[in-house]
Design a protein around this ligand. Structure first.
Ligand code: DQQ
Length: 645
């Protein structure tokens, strides 16, 4: 079941004949290899001649390839297989026959991240079954070993001692059984009281019916958990009556009931209502479907990757998934297949009837708050018993074209793992923050104190190349201007209020990241304060991608939402810039936005950082600490053959 050669080239299914004698196949292979390498050398030489890409002293592109624009071709296979579109295809209404920007190798290689988790090549999507075991953090993920587009999904696997420096391991599970022949899809891990692990995952079976399967480590004494066994009684669950065969997926981590049974949820829908089905089991072999639903919300469509966990009302640490009681709130998260965003609600779990009731039904799960207002999907948490915290992983997909992904040879990254806590000050929001281990990548730092940024100005921040940064910033806004500004009842929203070019009395102001000297490319990460006609202030946190790239075939949405700012708090920001990813956290992580930016000029040494203030009235003063960030050198696990197996 386990493929120990995940990163070797894989031949297509029609390319080999299993009945051919081995010696013949070896001979054919040698001939093919000689032809292949011959062609490769000629090809590389031709590519070198054609590319002619150099960098000048400042690292900016001196010249570039001018490959002819190509029509974009759609290859995604998600919808036919029973999940919706997985790649980014549409950028505008008429892009069905759109034309690709002539990306050159230099631009494309710059996009690869340095300290975010990515496989060496090909496609990745959802995080699966994260856990800590015998000194290692384990990360499994949806992976296509054959191409940089979604399809042929199996489980990739990597380990790390610190959630940052990852080492790739062989694939954990491949699609080798009837019950997962069309794909080994998303699943979650549960620790049993004796320390053993069970993994429940969705298989898309030979007929593309979604079923639930059980797997477990072949050898619990192996800290690397390299080999996995699929239970002989699989599938353990099939779609129940009333649920369509392609609407039954992504089991959660199980939690214990007070009767000692395990309980978990599975996402589904009935017509347009998103629902979470609930099952109890004593042994993960036989299961009882409960009559009620954990939650159902009209109009939200299919719920993917449901997550359900407790957060403490009183302490700053994470809680094991089975914890409940008066000092605990519960968080329910659903990934909405219809709009590809992760929504959460905070509320109460009622064990007796297995339901979740949100504190505020107007911001119920799927219609209220989001983990992240940018590119972030299919997130999953786990309780890290090593550091007594709950850690959140999320899939950050590409927002360029599939055609560009095929050229790059890879698609998608994972967010920096984030600790996740209840914000005890507001009680209404969660706080997400990059795990503390990321600080180990900090190199030289730059400090700027009380930098005055007048209304309508831009201030450069000299920090060297600005493609791998950790930025902490605080802004103070001119108090007099705050008081003087006239209120209005015009409603502001990041996505529809024109981005940073729309000026208000009290904003926008913040940072321009991945900007070139002339600011022809820039991605503003900013605050906007709106004063209502009642005199009340509302703060918004936004990310404007509209000028992030001169390329036409990338998504240029403006993202963001409201962020609560409490009495006495300064406006604060943390931004992680890692090549084509910008993860930004406002007010300690109450509102978070992840953007993908694909600049064509603001890359390598030409990527710069600026402060800006485009308000018409208020000046701001900014204090910052900025670190250059090291690479995490994510690579294959060394000398694996000598390790456990
Ligand atoms: N990805 C998996 C499904 C899940 C979806 C397939 C969410 O299990 O519903 O790759 O991105």
């Amino acid at each position: 079941m386990v493929d120990t050669r995940p990163f070797l080239p894989v031949s297509s299914s029609d390319g080999s004949n299993p009945s051919e004698p081995l010696a013949n196949r070896c001979k054919t292979m040698k001939v093919l290899l000689s032809i292949f390498f011959g062609l490769l050398v000629v090809g590389l030489f031709a590519a070198l001649l054609a590319s002619n890409v150099t960098e000048n002293g400042h690292g900016s592109l001196a010249s570039s390839t001018t490959a002819k624009p190509e029509p974009l071709r759609r290859v995604s296979r998600g919808p036919a297989a029973g999940v919706s579109e997985k790649s980014n295809w549409l950028f505008g209404k008429d892009d069905e026959n759109g034309v690709a920007f002539p990306w050159n190798n230099s631009m494309l290689s710059w996009q690869r991240t340095a300290f975010h988790f990515q496989p060496e090549r090909n496609w990745m999507n959802d995080p699966n079954g994260p856990l800590f075991y015998k000194g290692w953090y384990h990360f499994f993920y949806q992976y296509n070993p054959h191409a940089p587009v979604w399809g042929d999904i199996v489980w990739g696997h990597a380990v790390s001692k610190d959630l940052i420096h990852w080492l790739h391991l062989p694939l954990a599970m491949v699609a080798d059984k009837t019950y997962d022949k069309s794909g080994v899809w998303t699943g979650s891990a549960t620790f049993l009281p004796d320390g053993k692990i069970v993994m429940l995952y969705t298989g898309s079976d030979a007929e593309a019916v979604q079923v639930q399967n059980l797997a477990y480590p072949a050898d619990h004494s192996d800290p690397l958990l390299i080999n996995w066994v699929k239970f002989t009684g699989n599938p353990v669950l099939v779609p129940p009556p009333g649920i369509l065969s392609k609407d039954f997926r992504d089991p959660t981590t199980a939690w214990l009931t007070s009767e000692g049974k395990w309980r978990f949820a599975i996402g589904s829908k009935i017509n347009k209502t998103g629902i979470a089905l609930v099952y109890d089991t004593k042994d993960f072999i036989t299961y009882e479907k409960l009559d009620g639903l954990l939650r159902a919300v009209d109009g939200t469509g299919m719920w993917e990757c449901v997550d359900f966990f407790p957060v403490s009302k009183t302490e700053e640490n994470g809680l094991d998934t089975s914890v409940n009681g008066p000092d605990v709130k519960h968080v329910m998260k659903v990934s909405l297949d219809d709009d590809k965003n992760d929504y959460y609600a905070i509320g109460t779990y009622h064990e007796k009837n297995a339901t979740f009731i949100p504190d505020d039904p107007t911001i119920d799960v799927g219609i209220g708050l989001r983990y992240d207002y940018g590119v972030y999907y299919a997130a999953k948490t786990f309780y890290d018993q090593n550091k007594n915290r709950r850690v959140l992983w999320g899939w950050i997909k590409e927002s360029d074209s599939e055609a560009a992904d095929v050229k790059k040879g890879w698609a998608s990254v994972q967010s920096i793992p984030r600790t996740i806590l209840l914000d005890q000050k507001t009680g209404t929001h969660l706080l997400q923050w990059p795990v503390e281990e990321i600080d180990s990548l900090r190199l030289n730092s730059y400090e700027f104190n009380q930098v005055k940024v007048q209304a309508g100005s831009v201030v450069p921040l000299e920090v060297g190349p600005a493609t791998q940064l950790d930025i902490l910033a605080e802004f103070e806004i001119d108090k007099e201007a705050l008081e003087k500004a006239t209120g209005s009842n015009v409603t502001f929203s990041c996505s529809s209020s024109g981005g940073t070019v729309e000026r208000g009395a009290l904003g926008p102001f913040g940072l321009l990241v991945l900007a070139d000297d002339s600011l022809s490319e820039q991605t503003p990460v900013y605050f906007y304060i709106a004063k209502g006609s009642d005199g009340n202030l509302k703060t918004f946190f936004c990310n404007d991608q509209s000028r992030s790239s001169e390329a036409s075939d990338v998504n240029k949405q403006i993202y963001g939402s409201m962020v609560p700012v409490l009495e006495g708090e300064n406006l604060s920001l943390r931004v992680l810039v890692d090549h084509s990813i910008i993860e930004s956290f406002a007010q300690g992580g109450r509102t978070v936005i992840t953007s993908r930016a694909y600049p064509t000029k603001a890359i390598y040494g030409a990527a710069k950082l600026f402060l800006f203030n485009n308000a018409t009235e208020a000046g701001v003063s900014a204090s910052l600490r900025i670190w250059q960030m090291n690479s995490a050198f994510i690579r294959p696990f060394p000398n694996l053959d000598n390790k456990s197996q």
